[in-house]
Write a protein that binds this ligand. Sequence first.
Ligand code: SLL
Length: 152
Amino acid sequence: NKRVKGLIVSRPIYYGNIATPITGKKPANPDHTHRWTVMVKGLNNEDLSYYIRKVVFKLHETYPNPLRSIEQPPFELTETGWGEFEIMIKIHFQPITSEKPVTLYHHLRLHPFEDDLQGQPWPKDKPVLSLLYDELVFNEPTEAFREVLVKN
Ligand code: SLL
């Protein structure tokens, strides 16, 4: 498991959430106002499973089983709820990478920051999107991981 001295490799990711108000069919819990999906994505929906093994989302303790492990792409989780909170996102890499997990934090956003540019109220059925771009940086990857990276 030799590491490649001096090499730094990065991979782009998007992480965050989309949320829509629940209209029509009521959710199981009548207090829930929004349906949301939290996700870790590659560029252009690239499949990230060549180096990501699983993503664990840690939800607010008001949720049953707040630790949700997603072990196949797409690495995303859909839930319903009424409130915003911080989601801990822990990315676990494939064993071949010999990389330690990386933890990110995302503020789950259900409500728009402000009304839209024309001063109009945000349309009730328009999804709210809070997606951040980031780069996973691998400092001196192993030779095995470098092989995987150059092939993808
Ligand atoms: C708040 N600090 O008070 C936040 C907490 C928790 C949100 C928000 C689902 C809970 C359930 C849910 O939306 N929790 O189903 O019991 O705004």
